[in-house]
Write a protein that binds this ligand. Structure first.
Ligand SMILES: NC(=O)c1ccc[n+]([C@@H]2O[C@H](COP(=O)([O-])OP(=O)(O)OC[C@H]3O[C@@H](n4cnc5c(N)ncnc54)[C@H](O)[C@@H]3O)[C@@H](O)[C@H]2O)c1
Length: 304
């Protein structure tokens, strides 16, 4: 039987953007954390990145002493109660890695993948103990965005889901149980339903990209952090929601694939920040200002 979440030994595989942040959250919650990576430069940077984040956030800087970098995967996972993988988004890589992890862990260890979009079922199907495997989808940055989607597969034992939910709740996260392993889980399905319509409005000349963003930020964006869509539907009434859907749903974009407008941007090399232009043009200063604004907002809303 695994230990109580309060005293778990955590192994994080992959020390990049997400992995070091996930390690930070668990260390701050009092767990002993090992972290491993195949790229030594990334592994070596993990603890200094965590220390810098803790300092910046005003969190207990001693937490970094609970994170032990390991160059060897077997060493990192051998004692773990819980292993979370955050390597590159590549299915064969993740499948091979979990097969290897399974050879080194205790039989009762829980194995989790932080994949963004790959079905957990595909990643875990080849494992011998897939009943102890599941998905945990964190959001960037892991130490500022509260949600962790906990994704159950057809094989996951209920006890494994419950333990993982408790582990994340005790670490100050807001775990959400995803009962079926569907593409995009919950958060990205909702987010990309909105993005599809946002792109469609621009594509069909109803407004420009800047206006789409201005409308969202100045209207339902103002209340969405405290009023979810279904709370909102109840607030206005399901009858009014039905009437609106009767009129609006036939008119909004329901094409199954990506927008041709989006495909055109990518084909033209308009890739967003990385090329200086996407839906809009972005100078280096504008990019830095927007990134800083988002971080400032996330920090300010951290405890709400
Ligand atoms: N970046 C995000 O916003 C975000 C959000 C949620 C989920 N994710 C998912 O988290 C995972 C990691 O993303 P990231 O943004 O941290 O990527 P990243 O490129 O910053 O880090 C990935 C790390 O994995 C390491 N790695 C590669 N192969 C490895 C192996 N065999 N063993 C150990 N380490 C290995 C790399 O060296 C790198 O340090 C991906 O599956 C991604 O889709 C990312």
């Amino acid at each position: 039987m695994t230990k109580e979440p309060a005293k778990a030994r955590i192994a994080v595989v992959g020390a990049g953007l997400m992995g070091h942040g996930i390690a930070q959250v668990f260390a701050l919650a009092g767990h002993e954390v090992t972290i491993t990576d195949t790229v030594m430069q990334n592994l070596n940077m993990a603890t200094s990145r965590i220390a810098a984040n803790l300092r910046d956030l005003g969190d207990d800087e001693n937490a970094v002493s609970r994170v032990r970098p390991c160059g060897d995967l077997a060493d990192a996972v051998r004692q773990a109660d819980y292993v979370v993988e955050a390597v590159l988004e590549d299915l064969p890589l993740k499948q091979k890695l979990f097969a290897e992890i399974e050879r080194h862990v205790r039989p009762d260890a829980i194995l989790a993948s932080n994949t963004s979009v790959i079905p957990i079922t595909s990643i875990m199907q080849g494992l011998n103990r897939r009943e102890r495997a599941l998905g945990t989808h964190w959001w960037n940055p892991p130490f500022l965005v509260p949600l962790v989607e906990v994704i159950e597969t057809q094989w996951t034992e209920p006890e494994v889901v419950a333990w993982t939910m408790a582990l994340h709740r005790a670490a100050g996260k807001k775990p959400a149980h995803v009962k079926k392993d569907v593409p995009g889980f919950i958060g990205n399905r909702l987010q990309h339903a909105l993005w599809r319509e946002a792109i469609s409005l621009v594509e069909h000349g109803i407004c420009d990209a800047e206006t789409v963003d201005a409308v969202v930020k100045a209207s339902f964006g103002r209340r969405i952090a405290v009023l979810g869509p279904l709370e909102n539907a109840d607030l206005v009434g399901t009858d009014l929601t039905l009437a609106i859907h009767n009129t609006v749903l036939p008119a909004i974009d329901s094409r199954p694939g990506p927008s041709p407008y989006l495909q055109g941007l990518v084909a033209d090399g308009r890739l967003g920040f990385k090329s200086g232009e996407g839906f809009r043009k972005w100078s280096a200063e504008e990019q830095a200002a927007l990134r800083a604004k988002v971080m400032q907002h996330l920090k300010a809303s951290r405890d709400s």
